[in-house]
Design a protein around this ligand. Sequence first.
Ligand SMILES: [Zn+2]
Ligand SMILES: [Zn+2]
Length: 155
Amino acid sequence: MADGEMLAGGCLCGAIRYRLNGPLLFVSQCCCRDCQKATGTGHTTICGIERKDVILDGEPATFTNAGDTGGDVTRHFCGTCGGRLFTSGTLPGSVVMIQAGSLDTPDAVTPESVIYHKDAVAWDRFDPALPVFEEMSPRANHPALRSLKAQADAL
Ligand SMILES: [Zn+2]
Ligand SMILES: [Zn+2]
């Protein structure tokens, strides 16, 4: 993504739109069971960004449940078409995860890791060059992965 380029996206029917007015903190393939159930797919591709950098136009429906370490996780989606938009969490709260497939230009982002691989299904496939973590890596020291680790509850 070029500096200064503003990514935009929205749901399938177009009722809800957003623009991203800041840098992406990480991009990951998440294989957790909640992401599988929420999307109906083998994994979901998420882009971390500060909530303040998401300019939202429209009012998503939400669903909240408990994440695997106790914090609440809220999934935001269009109440008309069901298109998933982003996920937020109580821990730590300032970062949300945009669903990469909801971007107008999903090829503008590049996944950097595979997380919650312990839940991956046998028929799913990932770029073999990506680091793979069974959950969140405790030894992650890449800045993006540190940020990702902090987000473990929000996945
Ligand atoms: Zn919609
Ligand atoms: Zn997940």
